[in-house]
Design a protein around this ligand. Sequence first.
Ligand SMILES: [Zn+2]
Ligand SMILES: [Zn+2]
Length: 171
Amino acid sequence: MIDPAQAAKARPSWDDYFINIAFTVAERSTCDRAHVGAVIVRDRRILTTGYNGAPAGLPHCDEIGHLMVDGHCVRTLHAEQNAIIQAALHGVNIAGSTIYVTHQPCLTCAKMIINAGIRRVVYAGNYPDEYSRQFFHQAEVALEHLPRKRHADTVYQPGRANALPSNEEES
Ligand SMILES: [Zn+2]
Ligand SMILES: [Zn+2]
């Protein structure tokens, strides 16, 4: 007989469910400096998704290399930006939503998330940005870390060619 408590434990929470989808979305990323995925959700419904990559129709990093400025690849739109833009493109209201992101949003994405009316940010891996934390705090957007043990977790390290799979933060 299946122990109901055991069965409930095996079933992912809604937060786990959506962050897992964000990791799947991240697999479409075309900039290997960090494979980032984002999923915007309201009332347990996925509204839009995004991953980091070049603007539509332009060549991608994995085709022609990165476009480096000050230690950052500037060729790409970030995953969060693409998820918000997709909402604009398709006329989807994302006010009051939650965004699930594989990494902590950068400051630019944080500002866009705040003005898009997103009220909660759940992230897994790291991308330590103190200013984005401060901005979310001041705008009263909830920022929640959901630690992961997946191979696909990446730790963003500026200046490194690749974001390497790592579980360091949990050890
Ligand atoms: Zn790149
Ligand atoms: Zn960003």
